[in-house]
Design a protein around this ligand. Structure first.
Ligand code: PMP
Length: 364
């Protein structure tokens, strides 16, 4: 068998490692920020009915413009958006990839602020876009001044923000987004994959779209909607952005089955989102109980918590795995990240943390 190095692969891909969150099926999976609640059975029945109808027509290509789905997504987001403001793809990762295909690419660059979602830099590399790593302020925050300084220093073609940020859970102020937008002629992307887990009623970057044709807000059904396996991500932006993405997307990229499933799920958005409050309360429990066990936790507006004070994160990861619990080791010194699960899953995780010896809490 040949190795990767034997192949005439692109020079800029040589030596890279792929996205590699371990995908292990164990009793309690709290590692990739999924919604651990299964979707309600009546919604599942409706989704299956919609797929059953769609499958009768799979001899034909799907609606290339996924019009009904865009209408449903616009109605879900509200805030005056119409289907023309919406674009979708197989997960928000694909949306981000299409954005970089259209606005990045060889000779262009994207500025991000690590620690942030690891796929941002991986998608940048895959599209030949240079990744520029900015730095955050204290507490993983990004002030308007910091964003503007990095933009002025690096002159990127795109700026990627993540709000709330993965893996830290940190929210981003609208002032920072506005300041960044005004400091660049490029595209500003706000990845709002976890927006539904933020405090209810607060405006998100969606409220900034009006009059800002270079601003893109990306969202996903993978998290709050418990739809990770179906693969549906989307964006809201000026209609001209969707026109740009039509130049790079593959025709018929969203299968008729995906369109049917997502549209059916959106018809039940209230029920699909019913678990969000429960997940938020489990997250808030982690924010209180982890520090009580001696692990300081970073404030989080998402469905996960990054916590520190861990003597040996690799050993803790393995010990929990032996007990059938998988969380995430992101190579941040003395830190680990855990997804808020159901009450029972969260309890099992906290009990396992309480039972760690010297590998656990620093100084234990
Ligand atoms: N953005 C962020 C910040 C994420 O954490 C994730 C998934 N972990 C995604 C985007 C991609 O999600 P998907 O492709 O499932 O929509």
């Amino acid at each position: 068998m040949a190795s990767l190095n034997d192949l005439p692969i692109r020079d800029d891909l040589r030596g890279l490692t792929p996205y590699g969150a371990p995908q292990k099926h164990v009793r309690i999976e709290l590692n990739v920020n999924e919604n651990t609640h299964p979707i309600p059975e009546d919604v599942a029945t409706d989704i299956v009915t919609a797929i059953a109808e769609a499958v009768l027509n799979v001899n034909r290509y799907p609606d290339r413009e996924f019009t009904a789905l865009r209408e449903s997504l616009a109605a879900y987001l509200g805030t005056g958006l119409t289907r023309d403001n919406i674009w979708a793809a197989n997960g928000s990762n694909e949306v981000l990839q299409q954005i970089l295909q259209a606005f990045g690419g060889p000779g262009r660059s994207v500025l991000g602020f690590p620690p942030t979602y690891s796929m941002h830099s991986i998608i940048a590399r895959g599209t030949g876009t240079r990744w520029l790593a900015g730095e955050r302020d204290e507490n993983f925050e990004i002030s308007p001044r910091t964003a503007v300084d990095w933009i002025e220093r690096t002159r990127p073609d795109l700026v990627f923000f993540c709000s709330p940020n993965n893996p830290t859970g940190t929210p981003l102020s609208l002032e920072t987004i506005v300041a960044a937008y005004e400091a660049t002629d490029g595209i500003v992307v706000v990845d709002e994959a976890y927006a539904e887990f933020a405090p209810a009623g607060l405006p998100t970057a969606l409220s900034l779209l009006e009059g800002r044709e270079r601003l893109i807000v990306s969202r996903t059904m993978s998290k709050a909607f418990a739809f990770a396996g179906a693969r549906l991500g989307y964006l809201a932006a000026d209609p001209a952005i969707a026109d740009a993405l039509r130049l790079v997307r593959l025709p018929y990229h969203l299968s008729a089955l995906t369109q049917a499933a997502a549209t059916a799920a959106l018809a039940h958005s209230t029920e699909m989102l019913a678990m969000v409050d429960d997940i938020k309360s489990q997250r808030d429990r982690l924010l209180v109980e982890l520090p009580e066990l001696g692990y300081p936790a970073w404030p989080s507006w998402s469905n996960f918590v990054l916590f520190g004070g861990v003597a040996d994160p690799h050993a803790v990861f393995e010990t929990l795995l032996d007990q059938g619990i998988i969380i995430r080791d992101l190579d941040i010194p003395h830190h680990l990240r855990v997804t808020a699960g159901t009450a029972a899953e969260t309890t099992a995780f906290l009990e396992a943390m309480a039972g760690l010896g010297a590998i656990g809490r620093i100084g234990a």
